[in-house]
Design a protein around this ligand. Structure first.
Ligand code: BGC
Length: 364
């Protein structure tokens, strides 16, 4: 049966050939699996690209380190750690922070007996960035808040403010920046104009959508009093120790307040011509009321705050014109405000815990 033998022979040959082919393919892919840059430089690059685009859509596994490498506006800055590959990773898209921060602790002990130092505050707040900026690492803050503090020669008060407020604001999971607006010279103080300057200057830094206006000597006694904006302008310092933990009158809008950009612009900002103590906060209230807005407030308990006791500042005597001005807010507010603001910018200093902006606001 010679024919049968030759068929068997051919089949055997085919099987052997197939085996060789199989071994050759296996060896080829085995060798290719070695990461040899010189041998496959272009392949290696395309491998990295694939990994990056994969991360674009799969955001779960990014580390904290990556967030730390974000620059101010969120673009990733190249940075490598010892023993790590130096690759520019894409930004992780974080989930929004919850409406109520889970980090809040409620009532706080606030006292001013022991002085605090800037070094101590800096050490205790390692996540606060240059200029007094912060954003949560693990979630995307719901609001970008500029905190504006009108200021002149109150360094001791400012230290207490920074000491108490930085930890509170971080627990409130806000993205924020602290702007101290320092009135240059010794002319009469003008709180509302400094607040207008703070609004305008902070926007050069970041697209803030909420503005908290705070006196330097007021410290909240409960971190549930969130320094953010609401659907109506917010009055935050509702029960001050100075007033026996009560509102002095219903229209009172002094101390600490917050407004969204829209609310602020609706009233043309604040008056620029209240020189000396008093009245400007009442004018702001009149502006809000005349535009049909109401005041939102936390409860008296949550809105408790302490004022650092002090003597009246020089060049900040009660303004005798205030009663007359308050009576005419409606007629003056459209021409006096953010649309008529003028000042001379003297310096902008990005310090560890705040941005200090010194301005010449002129004189009465
Ligand atoms: C003044 C306000 C001040 C309030 C509470 C009012 O008479 O006009 O500016 O905030 O008293 O002290």
């Amino acid at each position: 049966m010679p024919a049968d033998f030759s068929l068997l022979h051919r089949i055997c040959k085919l099987v052997v050939l197939l085996c060789f082919f199989h071994i050759a393919v296996t060896v080829f892919f085995y060798v290719r699996s070695f990461d040899i840059p010189l041998a496959f430089p272009h392949k290696r690059q395309s491998h990295n690209n694939t990994t990056q685009s994969g991360l674009d859509t799969h955001t779960v596994s990014t580390s904290r380190t990556e967030w730390n490498t974000q620059n101010e506006e969120g673009t990733a800055a190249p940075q490598s750690e010892p023993g790590q590959k130096s690759v520019t990773e894409p930004r992780k898209s974080l989930e929004k922070c919850p409406e109520t921060s889970p980090l809040l602790v409620g009532p706080l002990r606030v006292e001013f007996n022991n002085p605090v130092s800037l070094e101590q505050i800096k050490d205790e707040n390692p996540n606060v960035q240059l200029g007094g900026r912060f954003k949560p690492k693990d979630c995307e803050a719901l609001q970008k808040v500029a905190i504006i503090i009108p200021f002149r020669k109150r360094d001791e008060h400012l230290k207490f403010w920074l000491y108490y407020l930085h930890p509170i604001l971080q627990r409130q999971q806000l993205e924020y920046g602290v702007y101290v607006i320092n009135q240059d010279g010794d002319e009469t103080f003008n709180r509302a104009k400094l607040l207008n300057v703070g609004y305008q200057e902070s926007l050069k830094d970041k697209d803030y959508n909420c503005f908290v206006f705070s006196d330097v000597d007021l410290i909240p006694m409960d971190d549930r009093n969130t320094y953010k904006c609401f659907s109506q302008p917010r009055h935050l310092s509702v029960s001050m120790d100075k007033f026996g933990f009560r509102l002095p009158y219903n229209q009172y809008f002094g101390g600490v307040s917050s407004m969204s950009k829209g609310q602020y612009l609706k009233i043309n900002g604040f008056p620029n011509n209240y020189w000396g103590w008093g009245g400007e906060d009442d004018d702001i209230y009149n502006r809000l009321a005349s535009k049909g807005m109401t005041i939102s407030r936390p409860s008296g308990d949550i809105g408790k705050c302490r004022m650092i006791r002090h003597n009246r500042d020089k060049q900040n005597d009660p303004n005798p014109q205030r009663f007359d001005r308050i009576a005419h807010t409606k007629e003056t507010m459209n021409k006096d405000g953010i649309n008529s603001l003028s000042y001379k910018l003297m310096s902008v200093e990005k310090l560890d815990l705040f941005t200090k902006i010194t301005v010449d606001v002129g004189k009465p």
